[in-house]
Design a protein around this ligand. Structure first.
Ligand code: ADP
Ligand code: ZN
Ligand code: ZN
Length: 728
C-alpha cells in the first residue's frame, strides 16, 4: 500500500507516465479494478508530496474548475516526468552531498544590523506587528516605493529561518526580469549563514535541468528559500513558514492558461493549509505601494492586517507630478513643448529621462475630439469597445451593441476615433524634435548609432521606417555617418559636449536573448540619455540618474472597457514616478503626464501620492456598479472556426444553465466577441458570469461543467473557464 503523495510511474497506453498517489478515493470496485492498470513502480527515495501541498492542488483544481491530475502534474517540473527512480535518487544524493556544509544558526544579534543596514522605525514596527499577531492573518505591507520593503522581506525571512533547521520561505516576484536582482540580495544575505544552496530560483526562464534541481532542493529541504515567479507557488516546501508576494497587485500573478490560477490568492490559501499541517502559524506577507483593490478591501474589512510604511528611506522627495492639459495644444500634438523643454534641460545637465506609453493590451474605446463624449455603455459603468471588423460598439460587460455612429452623438463632430492612436512614431518624433541620436540594436547585439532623428531600420523593428531625410542605416546594422536632418533643431548636447542619445525598449527590441540586459546596461552606464518604451521600462529597474519620467498617452486606461484599467494605470504611474529621483543627490525629480482629461480624479490622488484616496473612490464606484471585489466573476471563453460557432456554443451553454444548481444566484450576460476578436484565424467570444456570493458562483460553475462538456457545436475548437478573470 503506497502512501498518499507518493510519486509513481504508471502505464498509459504504450507509454509510462508520472503519477501521484492521491488519497481519499473510494476503494475501486471489481469492475474498476479490471480497468485500472497496476502501478509500475514508485519513485524510490523521493519523499511523498505532503498533505498541505496536496490540499493546495485540490483547492486550485476545484476553485479554478480543472482536473486534479492536470493541476498536480503541471505543478511538477517537466523533467521529473522523464527521469526514472534511479536517476532521481542519484541527483538527490548529489544535492545532499553539496548541501552537507553544516547549517549554523545565525549569530546572535546579526538580525539587528545585517549588511550594516539599521532598520528605520517604520520598518521595525512593521516587522514587530507582523509577527505579533496570533493567529496570523495575511498581512499587507503597504509601503511606498523606496520605503525599504525588500529589507523587511529579508528580515522576516531571517527571523523565520532562525526558528528551526527545517523552516523554509517562499518569495514571489511578478517578473523573471526582477528575480536576478532580488536573488542577489537574498544570496548575499543568506549564503554566508546557510550555505550555497540555501537560496534557489524557480521560473520559466530556467532550463528543465535547472528547474528540477531547484525543485528537488526545495522538496528535500536543502533549499531554505525559494525565489520565483508565479509558478513557484506550487513548489513542494515541507517546512514552509513564510510566503512573501512582492508587488502583489501585479497582473502577472494571474496565469493566462491552464487553470488560470492567481498565485497571490493561492499564497493565502497555501499558508492556511500549511499552518494546519504544521500546527503552527505559516505567515503571508503581500507587499505593494499600490495594492490590488481586492487586497485593500480585505484590509478595510479587517480580514488582512495592514502594515504601513509611507516614508522613503534615505532618499529625496518623491517625484512631483506635472499634468499637461493636451486640450490646450494643437490637435495631434505628440509632445507638449513644455515636456520637450524639460527633457532637454535634464539631458543637458547630465541626467536621464524615461518616456513611456502604455497602449499595449487595451481595447479601443471611441472618443470625440471636440467634446467629452466617449463610447460609454448606457447600462454599465464600462466603456464599449470599438470592433473594427463590423464597425460596432459592444459592451463587454452586458453585450449591448450598436453601429458606430457617423458623428459624435453629443456635438455632431465627425472626428471620433479610438483613444490612444498615433503613438507609433514616438521615438522618431522625439529624436527629431530634440535633434538626437537613436540607438538601434545590431545583429551581433552591440549598439550602433543611426543618423539623427532617423527611424531604426534593423530587423527587430516593426513598421516601415519613417520617411525622414538623412542616410539610411545599411542592412548589416553598421554605423552610418551622423548627419542632421534638414529643418531639425540644434543638436542636444550632454554636459561634456557629446551628442545625446535616445533608445527604445519594448517587446520588439528585447526579443533577442540578452538584449534586455544589454539595453538596461546602456542606461546604467549613461550611454543612453533618453529611454523610450512601453510600460515594461517603468517596472522595478533601478536607474539612478533618471530624474524625469513621462507618460505620454495614459488616457486609454482612464476610459477603458475594462473596469480594472484605472487601477492598473494608477499603479503604473506611481511605480514609474518611483523610477525618478532614486538618487538623493539629484533634486527636483518630476513625473509628467499628458492627458486630455486632467480633471480625472485619478490625477488628483496621484499628485497627492494618495493611494488610499484613490482606492476609496474606486471602491465606491465598484460598489455602485456591483463589480469585484464586491462581486465575483468568471468568464467562459470559446474559440471556434467562426464567430457564429463560438457564440452558438456560449448561447447553448447559457440555455443549459437554467437547470444548473445555484442558477438563481448568478447572472449570466450575453456572449460577446473578445476585444481581439480573431487571432490566427481563430474566432473568440466570451461570456461573463457574476454573483454576489463566491460560494454560489463556485457551486454553479462546478455543476455547469457537465452541461458545457455535453454541449457540441460544429466548428468549436475549445473552451475554458477563467475564474476571477483580470482582463474582461
Ligand atoms: P522598496 O522595495 O520599498 O521600493 P527597497 O527595499 O528597494 O524599497 O529599498 C530602497 C533602498 O533603500 C535600497 O537601496 C535599500 O538598500 C535601502 N534601504 C532599505 N532599508 C534601509 C534602511 N533601514 N537604511 C538604509 N537604507 C535602507
Ligand atoms: Zn462630441
Ligand atoms: Zn453594458
Amino acid at each position: 500500500m503506497l502512501a498518499a503523495g507518493c510519486l509513481v510511474r504508471v502505464p498509459l497506453g504504450q507509454r509510462e507516465v508520472l503519477g501521484i498517489v492521491w488519497g481519499g478515493a473510494e476503494p475501486p470496485d471489481a469492475a474498476q479494478r479490471a480497468k485500472t492498470k497496476a502501478i509500475i513502480a514508485a519513485l524510490e527515495g523521493i519523499a511523498p508530496l505532503d498533505a498541505a501541498w496536496r490540499a493546495l492542488v485540490e483547492f486550485a483544481a476545484r476553485y479554478y474548475q480543472r482536473a486534479i491530475g492536470e493541476v498536480a502534474l503541471a505543478a511538477l517540473p517537466p523533467q521529473l516526468r522523464e527521469l526514472d527512480g534511479e536517476q532521481l535518487a542519484r541527483r538527490q544524493k548529489l544535492l545532499a552531498q553539496r548541501a552537507a556544509k553544516p547549517v549554523s544558526a545565525a549569530p546572535q544579534g546579526a538580525v539587528d544590523s545585517e549588511d550594516g543596514v539599521t532598520l528605520s522605525a517604520q520598518q521595525s514596527q512593521a516587522i514587530t506587528d507582523f509577527f505579533a499577531q496570533t493567529p496570523a492573518k495575511p498581512a499587507l505591507l503597504f509601503g511606498a516605493t523606496g520605503s525599504g520593503k525588500t529589507e523587511v522581506y529579508l528580515r522576516c525571512a531571517a527571523q523565520v529561518l532562525q526558528t528551526s533547521h527545517q523552516a523554509q520561505v517562499l518569495v514571489m516576484v511578478p517578473e523573471i526580469n526582477l528575480t536576478a536582482q532580488l536573488l542577489a540580495r537574498f544570496n548575499s544575505r543568506f549564503e554566508p549563514i546557510y550555505g550555497p544552496q540555501a537560496v534557489v530560483a524557480m521560473h520559466s526562464g530556467m532550463t528543465p535541468a535547472q528547474r528540477l534541481k531547484s525543485w528537488l532542493a526545495a522538496h528535500t529541504g536543502a533549499a531554505r528559500i525559494v525565489l520565483g515567479t508565479r509558478m513557484a507557488i506550487f513548489a513542494s516546501m515541507p517546512g514552509l513558514q513564510l510566503l512573501v508576494v512582492d508587488e502583489e497587485h501585479d497582473p502577472s500573478y494571474k496565469s493566462q492558461d491552464g487553470a488560470r490560477h492567481s498565485a497571490r490568492d493561492l499564497a493565502v490559501l497555501r499558508a492556511k493549509y500549511q499552518g494546519a499541517q504544521a500546527g503552527s502559524d505559516c505567515r503571508v506577507l503581500l507587499g505593494s505601494a499600490t495594492p490590488s483593490l481586492e487586497t485593500w478591501h480585505a484590509c478595510e474589512q479587517g480580514r488582512y492586517l495592514r502594515l504601513a510604511m509611507p516614508e522613503r528611506v534615505g532618499r529625496g522627495a518623491p517625484a512631483a507630478l506635472c499634468v499637461v492639459d493636451m486640450r490646450q495644444l494643437p490637435k495631434k500634438t505628440l509632445f507638449a513643448p513644455a515636456l520637450l523643454q524639460a527633457i532637454a534641460q535634464r539631458v543637458a545637465r547630465g541626467e536621464q529621462a524615461l518616456v513611456f506609453l502604455n497602449r499595449r493590451g487595451y481595447a479601443p474605446v471611441l472618443a470625440c475630439s471636440a467634446c467629452d463624449w466617449k463610447s460609454q455603455c448606457p447600462h454599465c459603468s464600462a466603456y464599449r469597445v470599438f470592433h473594427k471588423t463590423d464597425r460596432t460598439l459592444r459592451c463587454h460587460h452586458c453585450g449591448t451593441t450598436d453601429r458606430v455612429p457617423r458623428a459624435c452623438p453629443e456635438c455632431g463632430n465627425v472626428d471620433i476615433a479610438p483613444i490612444g492612436r498615433g503613438t507609433q512614431k514616438l521615438e522618431e518624433q522625439l529624436a527629431q524634435a530634440l535633434g538626437i541620436h537613436i540607438v538601434v540594436q545590431a545583429r551581433q547585439g552591440t549598439n550602433v548609432l543611426t543618423g539623427m532623428g532617423m527611424a531604426a531600420t534593423d530587423a527587430t523593428t516593426d513598421g516601415p521606417p519613417a520617411a525622414l531625410p538623412g542616410p539610411a542605416s545599411p542592412p548589416d546594422g553598421s554605423p552610418t555617418a551622423l548627419q542632421r536632418p534638414e529643418g531639425s533643431p540644434a543638436a542636444l548636447l550632454r554636459p561634456d559636449g557629446s551628442l545625446a542619445v535616445i533608445a527604445r525598449m519594448d517587446a520588439d527590441t528585447t526579443r533577442l536573448k540578452g538584449a534586455l540586459e544589454q539595453q538596461l546596461a546602456n542606461v546604467h552606464s549613461g550611454e543612453v540619455d533618453i529611454l523610450v518604451g512601453t510600460q515594461m521600462i517603468a517596472k522595478g529597474h533601478d536607474f539612478r540618474r533618471i530624474t524625469l519620467v513621462a507618460a505620454v498617452n495614459p488616457d486609454s486606461a482612464l476610459y477603458s472597457s475594462d473596469f480594472r484599467a484605472p487601477e492598473r494605470l494608477f499603479s503604473l504611474l506611481m511605480q514609474a514616478a518611483g523610477r525618478a529621483g532614486r538618487d538623493a543627490q539629484l533634486l527636483g525629480a518630476q513625473m509628467w503626464v499628458q492627458t486630455f482629461h486632467p480633471e480625472h480624479p485619478l490625477f488628483a490622488s496621484l499628485k497627492a501620492h494618495d493611494y488610499p484616496g484613490f482606492a476609496a473612490q474606486q471602491l465606491r464606484e465598484r460598489t455602485q456598479a456591483g463589480l469585484p471585489p464586491m462581486s465575483y466573476q468568471a468568464l467562459i471563453r470559446a474559440e471556434a472556426r467562426s464567430q457564429e460557432a463560438a457564440q452558438a456554443f456560449l448561447q447553448a451553454a447559457s440555455e443549459a444553465a437554467g437547470a444548473v444548481e445555484a442558477f438563481e444566484h448568478v447572472t449570466l450576460y450575453p456572449s460577446v466577441p473578445m476585444s481581439i476578436q480573431r487571432i490566427a484565424d481563430v474566432e473568440r467570444a466570451q461570456m461573463l458570469v457574476e454573483s454576489s456570493s463566491r460560494a454560489a458562483l463556485q457551486k454553479f460553475l462546478s455543476s455547469w461543467q457537465a452541461s458545457l462538456r455535453a454541449t457540441k457545436v460544429q466548428g468549436m475548437i475549445r473552451w475554458a473557464m477563467d475564474v476571477d478573470p483580470l482582463l474582461i
